[in-house]
Design a binder for this molecule. Structure first.
Ligand SMILES: [Zn+2]
Length: 377
């Protein structure tokens, strides 16, 4: 989600090593080849996968949550260390949840600070959505969620093939995170999953078919893996390709209540909306026009909202949810509620209402709708 946050077709080749990567390709492939045994044999790591559900596979995994928390704190620390913000010596953000230990011991604080410092040095300037290195790391930590280690010291198949220093940082920070913040994150993740799951079960297949139909694409046959994390990126959720995976913050206020279903399908749509981008580019090419920045993304926001709106408005599933629901019924789509169209997309919004809505209503063809939008720009 998020204004201008995502890019369609961010072509990520899973096994392409980033420049200067310390990763070892054979080791990485070896680790990936052992994923099946990992699932079957590894010791439980208090992870949670709700299922079976259609369309999506919803996870609350330990390592991927630790990773995003360290990244989040590293970003905060890097920002606070900038001259205009004033330097800060310690990081106060590792707060405790209700059933966590009350405070960090000095040795825990030291370990945690070192881990955050490592993330500041190595990752804070990189983007979770666009850095191949961070995407591979995130995917790998998701794949190893059932392991209680990443080095393979105790079990060979738990060797995630990560850089040695990073493995050490994550394994050292793990007990601190597990004691102080993971219970709260895991609980929020599970709560989010449990609330959205009945709607996915009830509406998931129909929504995925409808969206695929609209985008003239096929919804992926494999269920889309979704990782719930305490923190995701700045926009609260993001999607990466090859493999198509979604990360959603369970704590982000924008993703709560009835909006959860829209966030899921908005992110999933990133995997199938490529024909829209292709058609926009084609029309611009024919008219010798500049390609409108993010029109495709505004279209995905609009479409998901309009497809979700009647489902949430009629299912009664929004009862008790304050976020995203309107008193007396009805559902306000994410982009309207969060004011996305007012931040530079107001022209797009008008075009979508005028030319795209008739297509959604069955009164225009896909090609005509795109052509009319582009020619009106
Ligand atoms: Zn998006």
């Amino acid at each position: 989600m998020g204004l201008c946050a995502e890019r369609l077709g961010a072509t990520i080749v899973r096994f392409t090593m980033p420049r200067k990567s310390p990763w070892r390709l054979p080791l990485f492939l070896f680790a990936v080849s052992l994923l099946a045994p990992v699932r079957a044999l590894a010791r439980p790591q208090s992870n949670f996968t709700y299922g079976p559900l259609p369309v999506f596979e919803l996870h609350s995994g330990f390592w991927i949550n630790l990773h995003h928390t360290l990244y989040h704190e590293a970003k905060l620390r890097a920002a606070s260390a900038r001259p205009d913000k004033g330097a800060r010596t310690s990081d106060p953000t590792l707060n405790t949840g209700p059933d966590a230990k009350p405070a960090l011991t000095s040795s825990e604080q030291h370990i945690w600070d070192d881990a955050v410092a490592y993330y500041v040095s190595n990752y804070a300037t990189k983007d979770l959505l666009f850095s191949t290195e961070l995407i591979q790391l995130k995917d790998q930590l998701g794949d190893f969620e059932d392991c209680d280690e990443l080095s393979g010291r105790k079990r060979r198949f738990c060797d995630a093939g990560l850089p040695a220093k990073l493995t050490q940082v994550l394994e050292s920070a793990a007990p601190v995170y597990r004691a102080h913040l993971w219970p709260e994150h895991d609980r929020a993740n599970r709560r989010w999953i449990m609330r959205v799951a009945p709607l996915v079960r009830e509406q998931g297949v129909g929504l995925s078919e409808r969206l695929a139909d609209i985008y003239q694409a096929r919804w992926p046959r494999e269920k889309i893996r979704v990782d719930l994390t305490g923190y995701a990126n700045w926009s609260g959720a993001y999607t990466t390709a090859d493999p198509l995976r979604v990360t959603i913050s369970s704590l982000d206020s924008r993703n709560q209540g009835a909006a959860a279903l829209e966030v899921l399908f908005h992110e999933g749509s990133h995997g199938i909306a490529e024909p829209v981008q292709a058609a926009i580019i084609r029309e611009c090419h024919q008219r010798d026009k500049a390609i409108p920045r993010d029109l495709w993304h505004a279209l995905v926001f609009y479409t998901t909202g309009e497809v979700i709106r009647p489902v949430l408005g009629s299912s009664g599933a929004t009862a008790g949810d304050q976020d995203g629901s309107v008193p007396g019924g009805g559902y306000t789509p994410y982009a309207l509620r969060e004011g996305l169209y007012q931040r530079g997309w107001s022209e797009y919004f008008k075009l979508l209402q005028k030319f795209w809505q008739p297509y959604l209503d069955g009164h225009a063809s896909f090609d005509d709708a795109i052509a009319r939008m582009v020619s009106s720009l």
